[in-house]
Design a protein around this ligand. Structure first.
Ligand SMILES: Nc1ccn([C@@H]2O[C@H](COP(=O)(O)OP(=O)(O)OP(=O)(O)O)[C@@H](O)[C@H]2O)c(=O)n1
Ligand SMILES: C[C@](O)(CO)[C@H](O)COP(=O)(O)O
Length: 378
């Protein structure tokens, strides 16, 4: 995750044109709400702020927090613009780039969010994804056609719309009119806006037909390729070593021995990811004879592994990992551990722990075992 980027997902609309009987963010397709799909698609790109219908903040939190425990959820306003303003008001001071994103564009590829953030960092301008217009466009008065518009100069624009934070804050603070998108408001305040290529998958769910299309697109994606993988690692305790587990340092805990830092949790995650992508295992990719990895911390292995998995054409869906050991006790740091691993993997990582009831080497306190599973899609 890039710590100075925020993704502000506006989800406070009523969804009148959809007519689902619930606010559009809570309408469902492909087994999840519109909001859940949108948050999963944006997770890991930056700090998440979700703007929800004010009367349904708890319902929104119950959807958002299992995916990103650090996300902030606030109530929105009567217009999209007011909802964006409510989200901007709670951004942390360190945020320098803001991506404003419609929850209603729930299937937007993560690459589109990353491309917009990179383009804002490179250009310092407002950046919006756009697609060419494929229909012939007419200027009409009622049913009378007045003219044919030159479509080569038209673009249909999507979200996320990305901006440097300070000029965006200023533009919102000074806005005196309602705009249908953030780029128009930013440009009205004197900001420069450029486009990057949008994606057909970033279409806005507006009507019932759009929701049916989302169902079909999500089904097609699932039908494409889904793979799971499993990984396991074991390390012996070594009281002379510091403890590194899950990429975190654990002061006052007995360490683990190993060629690297003995971080069995990170290594099991790498094996699960490599197994899911059909890329072999950690021993084959980062051999003990490779001096680059002698003493390396777990985050080095996880980053390299995720790059290999992505290079093979896969996106990580999620990872689940279980520690089997007498110690350390994870409870007090589980949220921190999950957030850290999730940001390394770029997808949700859930962590659990158990003991083996005094049986075997983990039960006798000789070492730890860690099992991980991973899901990837292509
Ligand atoms: N007061 C509002 C209005 C809209 N939005 C959000 O802005 C995005 C684009 O709005 P749109 O798709 O037009 O949603 P609705 O306003 O809900 O739709 P409708 O006009 O049909 O009621 C959506 O993610 C919507 O939740 C919002 O956060 N607050
Ligand atoms: C921001 C937006 O999604 C860009 O296309 C769009 O303007 C919002 O649409 P709305 O229906 O007017 O809220």
């Amino acid at each position: 995750m890039t710590p100075h980027v925020a993704v502000l997902i506006v989800a406070a609309g009523s969804g009148t044109r959809l007519g689902a009987g619930v606010p559009k963010a809570f309408a469902r397709f492909a087994g999840a709400t519109v909001l859940e799909h949108a948050v999963r698609g944006a997770f890991g790109v930056g700090r998440l702020v979700v703007v929800a219908p004010p009367e349904s903040i708890d319902e929104a939190r119950a959807i958002v927090e299992p995916i990103d425990p650090e996300a902030v959820v606030v109530g929105g306003g009567a217009s999209r613009q007011a909802s964006v303003a409510a989200g901007l008001a709670v951004l942390e001071p360190g945020i320098r780039i803001v991506l404003v994103h419609d929850a209603a564009r729930a299937l937007t590829p993560r690459q589109q969010l990353e491309a917009v953030a990179s383009a804002v960092a490179e250009t310092g301008a407002g950046v919006i994804p756009a697609l060419p217009v494929s229909d012939t466009i007419k200027l009409v008065d009622g049913q009378t056609v007045l003219d044919t518009v030159d479509r080569s100069r038209l673009a249909a624009v999507q979200t996320p719309q990305g901006f440097p934070r300070e000029p965006l804050d200023r533009a919102y603070a000074g806005a005196t009119a309602e705009y249908t998108d953030d780029a128009a408001l930013f440009a009205a305040a004197g900001g420069i806006v450029v486009t990057v290529e949008g994606s057909p998958l970033a279409f806005k769910i507006t009507t019932a037909a759009d929701l049916a299309r989302a169902e079909q697109e999500a089904g097609d994606a699932v039908g494409a390729t889904i793979r799971t993988g499993v990984g396991m690692d074991v390390h012996a305790y070594d009281a002379a070593e510091p403890l590194w587990l899950g990429g975190l340092y654990w002061p006052d805990e007995v360490g683990l021995s190993g060629h690297s830092d003995g971080d069995a949790m990170s290594h099991a995650i790498c094996d699960a990811l490599l197994s899911a992508a059909g890329l072999g295992d950690i021993g084959g990719k980062f051999g003990t004879d490779d001096p680059r990895f002698a003493g390396a911390h777990g985050d080095v292995f996880i980053r390299e592994t995720v790059a290999l998995v992505q290079g093979a054409g896969f996106e990580v869906g999620n990872v689940a990992v279980q520690l089997i050991a007498n110690g350390p006790r994870l409870g007090a740091r589980r949220v921190e551990l999950e957030a850290h691993l999730s940001s390394l993997v770029g997808a949700p990582v859930s962590v659990s722990a158990t003991t083996s009831d005094g049986l075997g080497f983990t039960g006798k306190g000789e070492g730890v075992a860690v099992i991980a599973t991973a899901l990837v899609t292509a």
